[in-house]
Ligand binder design. Structure first.
Ligand code: SF4
Length: 393
């Protein structure tokens, strides 16, 4: 039996609206937005970035997951993995009885037409989609339109004979899904994480070099059989949607200049293409935090979001260049007025720091949250900050 696929929700938006509000809404956040994104209590002045938290894609994915549970109360409902990179939201879905195939990959061959599988906002690889379709499951596809836009460009590159150079994290689900689109359409891909990796690609484009060393360096980040002598002759740039905008622009510039140096102006259009595929929600959150840092005197920045959330990590990178910054996963990371648990920029581990909050006198805190962080966590963090400032005055 072919799969039944829901791509536009399940006509139960109104039925789940109350549940979503109960789970993720914050009256305190609404109040702060209405008061020019500023909160004052005692010695604390808190400034909220003007764009933060749930993006349109995450909003929709979580909404569809709740609609799915409502529509199929008696069927086994799975997610392929985390629906978004926020532990609080994923735990709520588990509590609703939704199972995670990432916890039990051996379950995939046992799925059948009675099972329902939700695909996350960042999409799944072509191979995963085919496996699920073969099982005949009912699929609820929440892949964000901005991710679909990246795939469209990557497919066009593949059909035009361009290798997709993807600025992204190779282990990220979205980047894996995007890369799989290139291969499915007969193309090649190469994933670059940062400027250092891009420099290595640019050096090879300009002058060639040690082919074996290049292949080895990018072994986990390139399509099967990738040959830099052949597959860097025509390239198209794409981004994971949640990368740092300034870095993606720089990477595009570096690659373009390398192609220009190698092939000259006359051939450039036939050798290099680029489309900005960073999504507008990521861009808006980055712009808002840049404005907050630029326009507001702040002692400390707090960034809330899952530690595996790419867009949250990039917000923390921006903040850390300008202010003492603490990326926290949840309000309980604010252990006391003296101690905070957080993930430092560039680190993979959570750590604990002391003396993070000025012990006395006025304190000005800036706050933002990644695109997968619901308002209730933002509100609870602000309430906790307020209580800690009171306690330490
Ligand atoms: S971060 Fe962007 S691409 Fe990802 S779900 Fe949100 S809007 Fe869509």
């Amino acid at each position: 039996m072919p799969s039944l696929i829901f791509r536009k929700g399940l006509d139960l938006k109104h039925a789940v609206a109350g549940m979503l509000a109960d789970s993720y809404h914050s009256a305190l956040v609404d109040q702060i937005k209405a008061e020019d994104f500023t909160y004052r209590n005692g010695r604390l002045t808190l400034h909220l970035a003007r764009e933060f938290g749930f993006c349109y894609g995450v909003d929709r994915a979580v909404d569809y997951a709740y609609q799915t549970r409502e529509r199929f109360p008696d069927r086994t409902v799975y997610l392929t993995g985390e629906i978004i990179h926020n532990p609080h939201v994923n735990e709520k879905l588990r509590a609703m009885g939704i199972r995670f195939l990432s916890d039990a990959p051996d379950a995939i061959p046992t799925l059948d037409g009675g099972d329902v599988v939700i695909l996350p906002a960042f999409g799944v690889s072509v191979a995963m989609l085919q496996r699920l379709e073969q099982r005949g499951c009912t699929l609820v596809d929440t892949t964000c339109g901005s991710v679909l836009n990246v795939w469209k460009n990557v497919r066009r590159y593949a059909e035009g004979g361009f290798t997709a150079v993807i600025h992204g994290k190779v282990s990220h689900e979205e980047t894996q899904a995007t890369a799989s689109q290139a291969v499915a359409y007969g193309g090649k891909y190469l994933v670059v994480l940062d400027r250092a990796e891009t420099d290595a690609v640019c050096d090879y484009i300009r002058t060639g070099g040690d082919r074996a060393a290049f292949i080895s360096r990018f072994a986990n980040a390139a399509s099967p059989g990738f040959d830099p002598d052949r597959d860097l002759e025509r390239i198209g740039l794409a981004n994971q949607t949640t990368m740092l905008m300034s870095e993606s622009l720089e990477i595009g510039d570096l690659l373009k200049r390398a192609m220009l140096d190698r092939y000259g102006e006359a051939q450039l259009a036939d050798r290099y293409q680029a489309f900005d595929t960073i999504c507008s929600a990521t861009q808006d959150r980055q712009d808002a935090v840049v404005a907050l840092l630029r326009d507001t005197p702040l002692d400390v920045m707090i960034v809330i979001g899952g530690y595996n959330s790419s867009n949250t990590a990039n917000l923390a990178r921006i903040c850390a260049e300008a202010r003492p910054t603490f990326h926290i996963a949840s309000p309980d990371c604010l252990v006391s007025a003296d101690e905070i648990r957080h993930r430092p920029v560039g680190s993979k581990m959570e750590t604990s720091s002391r003396g993070w909050l000025p012990a006395s006198g006025p304190v000005r805190i800036g706050l933002t949250a990644g695109a997968s962080t619901p308002d209730n966590l933002v509100g609870a963090t602000i309430a906790r900050l307020s209580a800690l400032c009171d306690a330490a005055c």
